[in-house]
Design a protein around this ligand. Structure first.
Ligand code: AMP
Ligand code: MN
Ligand code: MN
Ligand code: MN
Length: 295
């Protein structure tokens, strides 16, 4: 399977969130990697899409508009990440809510830096802000820790300081995955559950609950998954009638192990997303009431 050259990568990040390449650089790299189509799914923002699409037109790469929204499962069961494709980025309610999520990330980032400083680490909020060109996330705090020699790599910084249970961990705004799915459907986006192997209870109650909220796809071809895992997820997608998508979660060199385009994704994955988006475009979009801010 992996010997077939891929033409798609439906999960990439840019400097609009925690990726290391600008949207233009990302498109140039996609072109060099022989990709014809990428989806840009920055965290809690669509701000990189216009640049990516303009670069896509220049370099002959189709850029599918997308987003990734990180949410929490109940009872401390960890995180669930929801991707949304072909969402209506012009919707003012969507943009208002995304701005709220990003503002909450700023407060959370400040708290993480304050916790680190209280513990004697010489990290400044000013520097973290400089490192983040868009949506602020833990990777920017990790970079600041690395710069000062407090960690050897981004993963090392996560392990030592900012993962759940770590000395400077602070959660984001607590949103349920069902709400992310509903938010995306309210703007005619195609919601897809990202890297699902991390999820506790996926096949028991989680997938049916998310499908009831409007989930339409499952990220089966993920960078780090071996062929047996991909096959398992493809069977699950088939069983539930979900579209099978995939990508590498590329953030830049040495962030995640898989290079851009380093996971085979069949072209039908993009065709299916497009078909679903076209169907949603002809249906009334269900309304969405944002969850009440608890923090
Ligand atoms: P946040 O959304 O701010 O909580 O940060 C989550 C992001 O950090 C994910 O989207 C990944 O890009 C990155 N991340 C999470 N865990 C790790 C890790 N162990 N090593 C490197 N990057 C990570
Ligand atoms: Mn990320
Ligand atoms: Mn994710
Ligand atoms: Mn991602």
């Amino acid at each position: 399977m992996s010997v077939v050259a891929t033409t798609l990568d439906l999960h990439t990040h840019s400097t609009a969130s925690d990726g290391l390449h600008t949207p233009t650089e990302l498109v140039q790299l996609a072109r060099q990697a022989g990709l014809t189509t990428i989806a840009l799914v920055d965290h809690d923002t669509t701000n990189g899409l216009a640049e990516a699409q303009a670069a896509g037109a220049t370099y002959g790469v189709t850029v599918i508009p997308g987003i990734e929204i990180n949410t929490y499962l109940p009872q401390g069961r960890g995180e669930a990440h929801v991707l949304g494709y072909y969402l209506d980025t012009a919707n003012p309610d969507l943009q208002h809510f995304l701005q709220f999520l990003r503002d909450a990330r700023v407060k959370r980032g400040e708290r993480m830096v304050a916790l680190l400083r209280e513990q004697g680490y010489d990290i400044t909020w000013k520097r973290v802000r400089e490192l983040a060109h868009g949506t602020i996330g833990r990777p920017h705090v990790a970079l600041a820790l690395m710069e000062k020699g407090y960690a050897e790599s981004i993963s090392d910084a996560f392990d030592r300081y900012i993962s759940p249970g770590g000395p400077a961990y602070v959660p984001r705004f607590k949103m349920a995955p069902e709400d992310a799915v509903r938010l995306l459907r309210s703007v005619r986006g195609v919601p897809v559950l990202a890297h699902p192997m991390r999820l506790y209870g996926l096949e028991d109650d989680l997938l049916p609950r998310l499908m009831a909220a409007g989930l339409l796809g499952l990220e089966c071809y993920y960078g780090e998954y071996d062929d047996a895992t991909v096959e398992h997820l493809l069977a699950l997608a088939e069983q539930h009638g979900l579209a099978a998508t995939g990508g590498t979660d590329y953030h830049g060199p040495n962030v995640h192990p898989t290079p851009l385009g380093g996971r085979y994704v069949p072209p039908v994955a993009a065709t299916r997303l497009r078909e679903l988006a076209d169907q949603l475009a002809h249906q009334p979009a269900p309304p969405f009431t944002p969850p009440t801010p608890a923090q």
